[in-house]
Design a protein around this ligand. Structure first.
Ligand code: NAD
Length: 251
């Protein structure tokens, strides 16, 4: 089975980040054009430099929590690169921490990026492009959005923001099916991004994971490319858990 995107335009939010960049690379390798949206102009520049040999990639600086700026960025992408057929939403804040220490500003920031920002990016892309031509969306949830985790790995505000991604993905899939738009999510467990590369893990750290290791960013990108493609034509509203089996283990 070969997945080929034939010059389709894919937008990847957080596309200059650990997992987003690997997703962008995979879409380019499969023949897509890619627009990345990220808050960090420096990271965008590095990503463009690294991936532009593979295919057409352009970066757009946007803080998705500033929802009033989303429309103009989506318009600019369409003007520069064409209609958006695939949207991958990896942009997000990752925070562990104890519930008693979460203050109100930290709560709002988390929800404004991971949930509110994600929703209004979807809404704008549907309004401007997908309502007319159909499409496919993959949102990043997390294992923290479907089960409790150690406070080092998650936090009440992070988990709440990701649980909301699971539920809004289902509702979006129901409502936007009439426009031939599929909406799915992925829920990774721990992923070995560059940010984790220098972390030392105790030899028992992976005991609770049946497959005994963390995912590589490539493991996540493989599922994202499949869900976004026509090979997943009958899959919508689902959250695919990618966690080496850790969420199925009970005591
Ligand atoms: N890394 C993991 O172990 C893991 C596990 C489960 C879920 N996830 C989810 O996967 C996604 C990607 O994670 P990652 O490890 O690549 O993280 P990362 O921090 O490397 O990448 C996130 C990217 O989002 C961008 N971003 C942050 N706030 C933004 C904003 N307001 N507007 C636009 N861009 C913004 C960052 O600049 C960064 O490039 C996140 O949604 C995260 O919650 C990650």
């Amino acid at each position: 089975m070969k997945i080929e995107f034939n010059n389709k335009l894919v937008v990847v939010t957080g596309g200059a980040g650990g997992i987003g960049m690997v997703c962008a690379k995979n879409f380019l390798e499969a023949g897509a054009k890619v627009a990345i949206i990220d808050i960090s102009s420096e990271a965008i520049e590095n990503t463009e430099k690294e991936l532009s040999q593979i295919g057409e990639i352009k970066g757009y600086v946007l803080d998705i929590s500033k929802v009033e700026a989303i429309g103009a960025t989506v318009s600019k992408i369409r003007e520069d690169m064409g209609e958006i057929e695939i949207l991958i939403q990896t942009a997000g804040l990752l925070r562990g921490g104890k519930g008693l220490e979460i203050d109100k500003d930290a709560w709002d920031l988390m929800m404004n990026i991971n949930t509110r920002g994600m929703f209004f990016v979807m809404q704008e892309v549907i309004k401007q492009s997908m309502k007319n031509s159909g499409g496919s969306i993959v949102n990043f949830a997390s294992m923290a959005g479907i089960r409790g985790m150690n406070a080092a790995m998650a936090s009440a505000h992070y988990s709440a923001s990701k649980g909301a991604v699971v539920s809004m993905t289902m509702q979006a899939a129901v409502e936007w099916a009439e426009y031939r738009v599929r909406v799915n999510a992925v829920a990774p467990g721990g992923v070995k991004t560059k940010a984790m590369a220098n972390m030392e893990f105790h030899k028992t750290a992976f005991d609770p994971i049946p497959l005994k290791k963390l995912s590589e960013p490539q493991d996540i990108a493989n599922s994202v490319v499949f869900l976004a493609s026509d090979k997943a034509a009958m899959i919508t509203g689902q959250t695919l858990v990618i966690d080496g089996g850790s969420s199925i283990v009970g005591y």
